[in-house]
Design a protein around this ligand. Structure first.
Ligand code: CU
Length: 252
């Protein structure tokens, strides 16, 4: 594809790329067709021998209008409706099919604030807001090949949680809980960017998603769970309040 997009490291990013490619191709072809049509009209209706001036029409006869309408309708059905149907199928069949019932999914609470991201995963007890939570700032470690299920809240203003290498984003909105899920297909270090202008330091509000093979992730998790710094952060009530543990199900 001629467009240069960030590397796709996700299980479903190709669906988004497919939509972008389809739209680029179809609108590109339509653009070329219109240009050709204009070029032909200019050449064939120009002023030339036997014609004192260029032939032109305002295109406002009923027949012209009907033809214009028909062409526009065909374009609308061929490009927009086809695309809408395709995107709707992918949204309901994949992107909006949240792994609520999947015990294998890694659940992550994201708390956004000016200007950082706090990530919290439940520890071995499987509950959020307890002393075995793993809390990290601006860096999230995840396993490859498992659904990563994010729920997001904001402490102050609207922030955008954007994963360019996963072709997806969602806003973190004060007063409500939003959600998003992705799956990494390969290990790597991928940027997380705030995609809403959220204040003077918006430009440096960014995080890192580190995808590790399952075994390596488990090693990391075992270290993190015994890391005194992380444990203190998770256990300290003030930090817990600041880093925003909430009930996973209700988002409160
Ligand atoms: Cu932000």
């Amino acid at each position: 594809m001629p467009i240069v997009l960030p590397h796709d490291a996700s299980a479903d990013g190709h669906l988004v790329d497919g939509v972008i490619g389809y739209l680029t191709l179809t609108t590109g072809l339509a653009f070329v067709a219109v240009l050709l049509f204009l070029l032909i009209a200019i050449v064939f209706h120009r002023e030339r021998a036997g014609r004192t001036r260029a032939h032109h029409t305002h295109g406002n006869r009923p027949r012209d209008r009907a033809l214009t309408f028909a062409v526009a309708l065909v374009m609308f059905i061929a490009i927009d409706l086809t695309l809408a149907a395709r995107a709707a199928g992918e949204l309901s069949g994949r992107f909006w099919r949240y792994p609520d019932a999947d015990p294998n999914a890694l659940r992550v609470e994201v708390t956004a604030r000016q200007w950082s991201l706090t990530f919290r995963t439940a520890g071995p007890d499987g509950r959020f807001g307890t002393s075995d939570d793993v809390v990290t700032l601006n860096e999230l470690n995840v396993p490859v090949g498992r659904p990563i299920y994010f729920k997001l809240r904001s402490r102050d203003v609207v922030h955008g949680f954007y994963l360019p290498n996963f072709r997806t984003k969602i806003d973190a909105i004060p007063g409500s809980t939003t959600r998003l899920w992705v799956q990494a297909q390969e290990p790597g270090r991928f940027e997380i960017a705030c995609a809403q202008h959220c204040g003077v330091s918006h430009y440096k509000m960014r995080g890192l998603l580190v995808a590790r093979p399952e075994a390596e992730y488990r090693d990391w998790l075992a270290r993190a769970e015994t890391d005194s710094r992380l444990r203190t952060e998770a256990a300290d009530p003030a930090t817990r309040e600041a880093s925003g543990a909430w009930d996973w199900e209700t988002g409160r």
